[in-house]
Design a protein around this ligand. Sequence first.
Ligand code: PGA
Length: 266
Amino acid sequence: MSDYRESIRKERPLDEQLPIYQPDIIVLPTAEEVDQCAADTIIQQIRSKPDSILTLPTGSTPKGVYQLLVDAYRTTNLDFSQLTIFNLDEYWPIPHQHPSSYAYYMMENLYRHVNVNPSNIHIPRGDAPDAHIEAQRYEELLKQHSPVDLAVLGIGPGTTCHIGFNEKGSELNSRVRCMPLDVETRQTNSAFFTNPNELPEGAITQGIANILEAQNIVLIAKGPAKAWGIHRALTGEINADAPASFLRNHPNVTVILDQEAAQLLE
Ligand code: PGA
């Protein structure tokens, strides 16, 4: 765990000012309607361009969305076979088969249920011996397939305001790298480990710059734990104190919220 912290310390704000855009904000009465709306967006993307490049997230937020995608595969033959999928992030270090790894999560919640081509699935290797080298490999792979057509994101709970594992301090020009998990993230995410002490120290994540290179971005947030972060990201200053705020530097962002997550917005 020696060298990756060095690259984080080097993150610097960009000197140039980027244009600021107003995301489309969709507020729906229930979490189920948020899932359906997000799933419909992804389904429409796949149907209109079957060989789309997607970035997909993990966490509790997209579980219902993935179930709806699996349902669409089973009931309407939604075809995943030509897609290329990049996962947003993965813990590091973590064994590939660890039940709390994001590789395992994606397999269980989506990949093993649909006809996605295994060679078109890309997830940072949590078991790579060197996080820095693995981050470079993933960056290179993303570059080869760039641009991503649609990036789907969640947002961190509480005051983390992270997207992927771009914790506070992540800059607009950050690229794939291994981030140490911040204290608030550690508190939340240790609950996803049977033994909380097994929570890894860091995660390999797409950077803010990688995320913003997608043609279209959808951010999903549900529940009261997301209200502060959504309000901060959509109405506060655009800076590395709230990495999700950088989404306002992208012209094609849709934010899909339930009423609880939207409760602090006007
Ligand atoms: P969650 O995680 O979907 O489990 O709330 C989102 C995140 O931490 O980015």
